[in-house]
Design a protein around this ligand. Structure first.
Ligand SMILES: C[S@@+](CC[C@H](N)C(=O)[O-])C[C@H]1O[C@@H](n2cnc3c(N)ncnc32)[C@H](O)[C@@H]1O
Length: 238
């Protein structure tokens, strides 16, 4: 009798555990995807995608970056070029729980795709892209000329982001696959100085959990394939 009861209890507990796990998996992969597909159909998102596809139709940023690499004889991996995938990036920003009065930065903004996507799809108050390679910086400025409505919202800066003060950021994005060693440590040290609540979206790297809460972690498409993208929130500093 007692062992029958224990047997039933174990079966019930195991069934509950399996159902809960299945529910969590469905919630994570299926319901969220379904919700996101519905969200993608919204007119302003469709409009954003149409504008960006037109804007980048004849742009080969990889080739521009490759030529700059050759001419300037870069040795540093940090200048290897790859960029966001538009739809995946919209999903990433959606997962970062944004507000339209947020200040958004892309560190190493390349041809500016992430900045234009953030400005058009999420209407951030201020979007700043910092890019060290002059050819890529100039390209992003030329593309900006084609979107006069975004003139005051978007700023591109030609500089090493380690020398720029981005402490006013609410959201920072860094596609960090090619930042390694001391360069990555210097970037993390700057992130630790950011104000509490700042969200930091990091492609292909992790931040130390002593300073940041992990809000979201997902494999996302990039121009070179899939990469793990993590969204962190800076802890309260009190
Ligand atoms: C992987 S690409 C990312 C481009 C863009 N953020 C995207 O995801 O579409 C990295 C960019 O960072 C730039 N970069 C590398 N080190 C930099 C630095 N110290 N300061 C500013 N830009 C830098 C490279 O030139 C390159 O354009």
């Amino acid at each position: 009798m007692n062992s029958d009861f224990m047997g039933w209890l174990t079966t019930i507990m195991a069934s509950l555990f399996i159902s809960w796990t299945v529910y969590l998996l469905l919630k994570r992969f299926y319901f969220r995807q379904k919700e996101f597909r519905g969200w993608l159909k919204r007119p302003h998102i469709q409009q954003t995608l149409a504008i960006l596809k037109r804007l980048y139709h004849n742009v080969n940023a990889v080739e521009i970056a490759r030529k700059a690499w050759q001419q300037r004889q870069f040795r540093d991996y940090a200048f290897i070029y790859g960029e966001i995938d538009l739809i995946s990036f919209i999903a990433i920003l959606e997962a970062a729980q944004l507000k339209s009065d947020d200040i958004f930065y892309d560190l190493g903004s390349g041809a500016g795709k992430a900045i234009f996507t953030a400005a058009l799809a999420f209407n951030f108050k201020v979007c700043k892209g910092i890019e060290l390679v002059p050819e890529l910086y100039q390209l992003s400025c030329q593309l900006k000329q084609q979107l006069p409505k975004l003139m005051t919202q978007i700023e591109f800066i030609n500089a090493d982001f380690l020398t720029v003060d981005f402490s006013d950021a609410d959201v920072v994005f860094i596609n960090a696959a090619c930042f390694v060693g001391e360069a990555w440590q210097a970037i993390v040290a700057k992130f630790i100085q950011l104000k509490a609540g700042t969200r930091i979206i990091v492609g292909s790297k992790e931040l130390p959990i002593q300073h940041f809460n992990l809000m979201d972690e997902n494999l996302r498409y990039m121009s070179w394939g899939k990469a793990m993208v993590r969204i962190y929130r800076r802890f309260d500093t009190v």
